[in-house]
Design a protein around this ligand. Structure first.
Ligand code: RIB
Length: 298
């Protein structure tokens, strides 16, 4: 039986400017294009998991404004259960994103409604948390809410996947409840205080996370793929080579795809290849959610 997926996290409206290069502090440059797109790490992961075959419920707060209402409509169109998204009296989260000609970006997020996501939102979904559910979280909503959600999910028998982005510290006693963690190198360094420069420092860092009680550590390495560490696998997986246009949200697509494939009971190694393929495909198009592929495109 397929497991249901519950994504708990942020929903933003992304305002994206493309330019030849990123501006320096105090500098004005002329851009080449502007567009608006649905974003937010939670929402991107929920949409990716749903487009890639998962049965997804998204728990989030958006503003009772045009941005928030449009976001809910687009999540519904992506096949997501939106019954646990609340409209609140604080503006929808916003992300200002600059993308350069090499597909690199820099992002400033103003959390707005995301900062109101609280224990009450988690209590509302508690009955859905059981051994037939996978809970996927990130760190773009209040950390107390993430920590509470992880403890509730684990106590109720759910599998917990944590994408610790954007990087910030999390209580040790909560980390022990995580089944799968998916940091990038910066996040890995923050969580372990180890600077990863080669395979031996990578192993040292991932072993610190295993010692905290986390069974599976997947370190995402951008265009290089990922490093996977479990009790039986210690292996680099490479990503398909593609012409990148915009890398915004690629990590989110990886997490959504990983969760969707695992929810269908697919083997772990197939799941990693699938997630890398989905993330690589997404960087060939502009925009966070615009670029998330459908299952049929992979
Ligand atoms: O991971 C990419 C996302 O980060 C963007 O969609 C933006 O909203 C920020 O949350």
């Amino acid at each position: 039986m397929n497991k249901k997926i519950i994504v708990i996290g942020s929903s933003n409206t992304d305002l994206v400017v493309q330019s030849e290069r990123l501006p320096k502090a105090g500098e004005t440059i002329i851009g080449t294009s502007f567009f608006q797109n649905q974003g937010g790490k939670g929402a991107n992961q929920a949409v990716a998991a749903s487009r890639l075959g998962g049965d997804v419920t998204f728990v989030a707060n958006v503003g009772n404004d045009a941005f928030g209402r449009n976001a809910i409509t687009s999540y519904q169109e992506a096949g997501i259960d939106v019954n646990y998204i609340q409209l609140v009296g604080v503006p929808t989260g916003m992300a200002m994103i600059n993308v350069d000609a090499n597909a690199e970006n820099c992002i400033v997020v103003v959390p707005g409604a995301n900062n109101t996501l609280s224990k009450k939102n988690i209590d509302a979904i508690e009955k859905q948390l059981d051994e037939n559910s996978i809970v996927l979280l990130q760190l773009e909503v209040p950390i107390q809410t993430v920590e509470y959600a992880i403890l509730e999910a684990k106590n109720n028998g759910s599998t917990v996947i944590l994408n610790p982005a954007p990087a910030q510290s999390i209580k040790e006693e909560v980390l022990t409840k995580v089944d799968i963690i998916t940091p990038n190198e910066t996040e890995l360094e923050l969580l372990t205080k180890i600077k990863v420069i080669d395979e031996s420092t990578m192993l040292k860092a991932v072993n610190i996370l295993h010692a905290k009680g986390i069974d599976t550590v997947i370190v995402t390495l951008g265009s290089k793929g990922c490093f996977v560490s479990t009790s039986t696998i210690k292996e680099y997986f490479s990503a398909p080579k593609v012409e990148a246009v915009d890398t915004t949200g690629a990590g989110d697509v990886f997490n959504g795809a990983l969760t969707a494939h695992l929810s269908k009971g697919q083997s772990f190694e197939d799941t990693i290849q699938f997630a890398l393929k989905a993330a690589s495909k997404s960087v060939t198009k502009a925009g966070a959610q615009e670029s998330i592929p459908l299952l049929s495109e992979l």
